[in-house]
Design a protein around this ligand. Structure first.
Ligand SMILES: Nc1ncnc2c1ncn2[C@@H]1O[C@H](COP(=O)(O)OP(=O)(O)OP(=O)(O)O)[C@@H](O)[C@H]1O
Length: 581
C-alpha cells in the first residue's frame, strides 16, 4: 500500500519535531518564548452570574505556566524524585492539573493518568498493577491512598496538593519552595523514546488497560492534530475533554476550562458553555458525542439564532456521532465551521477523521441503511490494513490474511502515533501487537485495534463495532454498529445495543433499546407498539432479518464515564445471560 500524498507532509512533520528536545514539555517552553504574555489557561473563579453576564476567570499566561512547571519540576527532583519514576496524578482537571503534568514531564517522571470517575474496583486494580513510586494528589485522594497503602508497596514519594493531614510526604507548596531554592538544578535530558505517561483505555471490553506513551507518541499526535485540523496559535479552545488542555498548551492555544463535571459530559449545562463561548469568543471545542447531543437538544428547544457564532472547529471523539446530531449542531455554530470526528484509541490516536458535511450528505445516509459508520481517511503517517478476524494472538505480520476492500475484518494500524505496549494487563500485548520484521512501515509492529469494519474505494474506514462485541450465531455473524443503525433511525429510539445471549457460535442476538421516553419501558401497550415497529424495521433489512428478540428498557443503557457515549454491551450481555440462565 502506498503512502501517496502523505509523504510530503510527513517530512514536514519530522522537521518540525526534530528541532525540539525529546521531551514533549519542551514544546511548552518554545511556545512561552513566542507568546509569553498570551493566556494559556482561563479557569472560572467564583460562581456563574445569574443574569448570564461575563464571569470572573483566573488567568495563567504561557510564561507563568512554563516557569511554574519548571520550578515544580526542580522541586520534584530536589525532593528525591528521579526521572523514570511513575507518579500517579490525582488532581482534578483544571489549570493546576495542566501545570503539574508539565512539571512531572519536565522532571522526566512517567505520569500515570487515570479517570477519577472510573469504577472503584477497576481504579484500585489499575493503580495496583501500575505499581507507582508515588501519588501526586489532592488531600481526599491521599487519604484514600493511605488507607489502601498495602496495595502500593513502592509508593514512597507522595505529594499532597493542598493541606497534608495524617499521611507522610511533602506538600506541593514545599516542593515548589525546594524548586525555588534550587534554581540551577538541571532538568534531565529526556529522549523521544523515553516513557512519558501511562494512560488507561476506557474499558469497553473488560478492565481498562494501561498504555505506555513515550514522548515520541505525544510529539506524533500533536504534529498530526495541529496539521490536519489547521490549529493555529492564538485559538481559544473550550476544553470539554480534559486531556485536550495539554495539547492546547503546546500548540499555543488558550484553554478555557468549562464549568462542568468532566466525568459526566452528558450532564453538562449548555447555557454555561454558551456563556463561556461568548465571553471568550471561543473558536474551537473538543467534547464527547454525548456532550454534543446534550448541547444540541438544549439548543433545539431553547436557542434563538446561533448560540456559538464564533465556534469554527468542533472535535468529537470516542464513539460514533450520529449524522442527525452533526446536522443539528451545524445550525448552532459558525456557518463555515468544520465539525470533525477523529477516530482512534488510547493505544493509537489519531488514526482517521471525517468532517460533518461528508457525514450528513454521504456517509450518514449509508450508515442508516446498515453500512457501518465511516470514520474517514487516515492521518498522515498511518498505515492500515483490514485482516481476517481472529480471536487469537498473531505473532507476525507474515501470518495475517489481508482482506480486499469492502470486506469486514479487523483493523490493524502502524505509525509513529501507535503505542508499543501495555504496562498493565500485559497479557493483552500478545493479543494486540503483531511483529513486522521487515520494518517497511518504519515501525516494527502493528497494533490490532479490536475494531471491525472495512476499507472503501477511497481508502476510508467504515467502523462496524468492536471485535469482542460481534455476535456469532450458528448461521452468521452480526456486527453491532450496522445492525443498531437500522433501529437508531426510529424517532422513539434514543440508543440501542445488540448483544448476544448464549455461547459464541450459538448466540442469539437481542436488541436492547433505550427509548427516548423511558416510561415506554414500563407501559406494556406502548412498549409493544415500539417493539412491533422495530420488528417491522428488522424484517425489511437483510442484515437484521434474523433479529427477533427485543428488550425495551425503562433505564438508560450503561455507558462509560469518560465519554458517556460508549455502551457497555458486555454488562448488558451478562445481565441477559443471567436472566436467561
Ligand atoms: N470516531 C469514532 N467513531 C466510532 N468509534 C470510535 C471513534 N473513536 C473511537 N471509537 C471507539 O473507541 C475505541 C477506543 O476507545 P478507548 O481507547 O477509549 O478505549 P476502549 O476501546 O473503549 O476500551 P478497551 O480497549 O479497554 O475496551 C475505538 O477502538 C473505537 O471502538
Amino acid at each position: 500500500m502506498s503512502d501517496g500524498p502523505c509523504n510530503r507532509e510527513s517530512s514536514q512533520v519530522l522537521t518540525e519535531t526534530a528541532g525540539s528536545s525529546g521531551n514533549v514539555a519542551s514544546r511548552l517552553t518554545a511556545i512561552a518564548k513566542i507568546l509569553p504574555g498570551a493566556i494559556a489557561i482561563a479557569e472560572p473563579s467564583g460562581p456563574a452570574k445569574r443574569d448570564g453576564s461575563d464571569r470572573d476567570y483566573a488567568l495563567t499566561t504561557f510564561k507563568t505556566l512554563d516557569e511554574r512547571s519548571t520550578q515544580t519540576a526542580r522541586g520534584l527532583l530536589a525532593s528525591g524524585i528521579e526521572p523514570g519514576m511513575r507518579l500517579v496524578s490525582l488532581v482534578p482537571f483544571g489549570a493546576q492539573f495542566i501545570e503539574l503534568v508539565f512539571a512531572m514531564m519536565k522532571a522526566g517522571v512517567v505520569v500515570v493518568l487515570i479517570d477519577p470517575g472510573m469504577d472503584r474496583k477497576h481504579l484500585i486494580g489499575c493503580l495496583q498493577e501500575v505499581n507507582p513510586d508515588g501519588f501526586l494528589g489532592i488531600p481526599k485522594a491521599q487519604a484514600i491512598r493511605t488507607v489502601l497503602r498495602s496495595k502500593f508497596p513502592n509508593a514512597k514519594r507522595n505529594i499532597t496538593v493542598g493541606r497534608r493531614w495524617f499521611w507522610g510526604g511533602k506538600t506541593l507548596k514545599q516542593v515548589m519552595e525546594l524548586g525555588d531554592q534550587n534554581p540551577s538544578l538541571t532538568l534531565p535530558d529526556v529522549q523521544t523514546l523515553d516513557d512519558a505517561a501511562v494512560i488507561f483505555t476506557t474499558g469497553s471490553t473488560g478492565p481498562p488497560k494501561g498504555v505506555a506513551y513515550t514522548h515520541q507518541t505525544f510529539h506524533a499526535q500533536i504534529d498530526r492534530i495541529r496539521s490536519r485540523y489547521e490549529i493555529r496559535q492564538g485559538s481559544r479552545d473550550l476544553a470539554c475533554f480534559p486531556l485536550f488542555g495539554l495539547f492546547d498548551a503546546v500548540m499555543g492555544v488558550t484553554t478555557i476550562i468549562p464549568d462542568m463535571d468532566p466525568t459526566r459530559p452528558a450532564d453538562v449545562d449548555p447555557q454555561k458553555l454558551i456563556q463561556a463561548a461568548r465571553q471568550w469568543e471561543v473558536d474551537q471545542s473538543f467534547g464527547s458525542p454525548a456532550l454534543w447531543k446534550t448541547v444540541t437538544r438544549w439548543c433545539e428547544a431553547n436557542a434563538v439564532g446561533r448560540p456559538f457564532p464564533t465556534l469554527k472547529r468542533v472535535l468529537s471523539a470516542g464513539a460514533p456521532v450520529p449524522a442527525a446530531t452533526l446536522q443539528s449542531l451545524r445550525r448552532f455554530v459558525h456557518e463555515d465551521a468544520k465539525i470533525e470526528t477523529p477516530y482512534g484509541a488510547t493505544e493509537a490516536l489519531p488514526i482517521a477523521s471525517i468532517e460533518s458535511r461528508a457525514v450528513i450528505t454521504e456517509t450518514g445516509p449509508a450508515a442508516a441503511k446498515g453500512k457501518g459508520v465511516c470514520v474517514g481517511a487516515r492521518f498522515d503517517g498511518v498505515r492500515w490494513k483490514v485482516i481476517e478476524i481472529d480471536d487469537d494472538p498473531i505473532a507476525s505480520i507474515d501470518g495475517v490474511n489481508e482482506l480486499p476492500r469492502g470486506k469486514i475484518g479487523e483493523l490493524i494500524v502502524s505509525g509513529p502515533m501507535v503505542t508499543k505496549r501495555y504496562v498493565t494487563r500485559a497479557d493483552q500485548n500478545a493479543l494486540h501487537k503483531v511483529h513486522d520484521e521487515s520494518g517497511e512501515t518504519g515501525e516494527r509492529f502493528w497494533h490490532r485495534m479490536g475494531d471491525v469494519g472495512y476499507l472503501d474505494e477511497q481508502d476510508r474506514f467504515w467502523f462496524c463495532g468492536r471485535k469482542a462485541h460481534r455476535i456469532v450465531s450458528s448461521r452468521r455473524t452480526f456486527f453491532t454498529i450496522p445492525c443498531e443503525s437500522v433501529f437508531n433511525v426510529d424517532e422513539q429510539v434514543d440508543k440501542c445495543a445488540l448483544v448476544g445471549v448464549g455461547k459464541p457460535g450459538e448466540q442469539t442476538p437481542v436488541l436492547v433499546v433505550q427509548p427516548v421516553d423511558l416510561s415506554v419501558g414500563t407501559d406494556p401497550t406502548r412498549a409493544k407498539e415500539l417493539e412491533a415497529r422495530l420488528r417491522d424495521r428488522a424484517s425489511r433489512n437483510p442484515l437484521t432479518q434474523r433479529i427477533d428478540r427485543f428488550v425495551i428498557r425503562d433505564q438508560p443503557l450503561p455507558v462509560d464515564i469518560r465519554h458517556n457515549s460508549k455502551i457497555f454491551r458486555e454488562k448488558l450481555a451478562a445481565e441477559l445471560n443471567d436472566f436467561v440462565v
